[in-house]
Design a binder for this molecule. Structure first.
Ligand SMILES: [Zn+2]
Length: 192
């Protein structure tokens, strides 16, 4: 299943994370990884096959430090649901079933050499802002657009997705939630 992953630090705005999974979640943040290169000190997030939306694999070092919707997570595997929130110190991570357009900087090593904007047909230059079309419910996509071409607001040439199509977004951070997160971060420090 195609899922969307978001991350935010502290009071920062959530941003969608690139990739189709797996992802690693560590104090350094969320990033797309090969299963083989997932770091031992990080949790791994895998898109779910049949059960649930995604699987969270938590290693021993993160037991009790990683939380799901405010509750500390035990080492092992958990099934995540749409809109679940993970917390690790000041990092917050969300998973959702709704695929979202991902903003990125074009990198030939990640997005492929000789890539062209799906709308303007012009060649993408390394480092230039692009948007990756997530596709629709029925059609995964992945077409690359120059950010300004995507912003024109026309339907995707490949899958027909409307750029303004509503997508799930992480809820706005409330003061109470932030206070809970700070408390959790303090409470979960190892005791000597
Ligand atoms: Zn598309």
């Amino acid at each position: 299943m195609r899922i969307a992953v978001w991350q935010a630090r502290g009071r920062g705005e959530p941003v969608a994370v690139e990739g189709t999974g797996p992802w690693s979640i560590s104090a350094a943040g969320v990033r797309a990884v090969d299963e083989a290169q997932a770091p031992l000190d990080g949790a791994v997030l895998l898109p779910g096959a049949s059960e649930g939306l995604a699987l969270l694999v938590t290693p021993e070092p993160l037991e009790g430090r990683l939380a799901r919707n405010g509750q500390p997570v035990a080492a092992g595997i958990e099934v995540l649901r749409h809109a679940d929130r993970l917390e690790l110190a000041d990092l917050r991570v969300w998973v959702s079933a709704a695929a979202v357009p991902v903003e990125a900087a074009y990198d030939p090593a990640i997005h492929g050499d000789e890539a062209f904007c799906a709308r303007t047909r012009s060649r993408l230059r390394a480092g230039e802002p692009i948007v990756i079309c997530p596709g629709t419910e029925s059609t995964p996509c992945g077409a690359l657009y120059k950010a300004e071409a995507w912003a024109l607001g026309r339907r995707c040439h490949h899958c027909g997705r409307a750029p303004g199509a509503p997508a799930w977004k992480p809820p706005v951070l409330e003061k109470e939630t932030y206070r809970d997160l700070v408390r959790l971060a303090i409470d979960s420090r190892p005791v000597d």
